[in-house]
Design a binder for this molecule. Structure first.
Ligand SMILES: [Zn+2]
Length: 111
């Protein structure tokens, strides 16, 4: 709002990729202290849902809101990711995916 556009242009990708690549390890470290590296990697690996971007054209558009645009970023998909939380085997993946959606949703707010 009060900061220059250049500042946002710089900080936006930093926050976005920081949330995609660093926050999973931070969360893993808080909730899964004993195996934070493995859990963090697993959560970070959920970035693979971005394969759905390949179906869009252009594949990458920094000013596009991914949520409800790409098939794996729809509210229906997010409901499935939420259900993942209820099963121990899929819980970490679920957290990672929801974190991914949250990060992508943040980008929609800036637009
Ligand atoms: Zn995404």
């Amino acid at each position: 709002m009060f900061l220059s556009l250049h500042f946002y242009a710089l900080i936006r990708p930093l926050i976005h990729y920081g949330f995609h690549f660093i926050l999973p390890f931070f969360i893993a470290w808080i909730f899964y202290k004993k195996r934070w590296k493995k859990v963090g990697l697993l959560m970070m690996a959920t970035i693979i849902v971005d394969v759905d971007h390949l179906m869009a054209s252009p594949v990458f558009d920094p000013n596009r809101c991914s949520i409800n645009f790409h098939p794996l970023h729809t509210f229906y998909a997010i409901v499935v990711y939420f259900v993942f939380l209820f099963f121990p085997k899929t819980r970490i993946i679920g957290i990672g995916l929801l974190l991914h959606m949250f990060t992508d949703a943040l980008d929609c707010l800036w637009l």
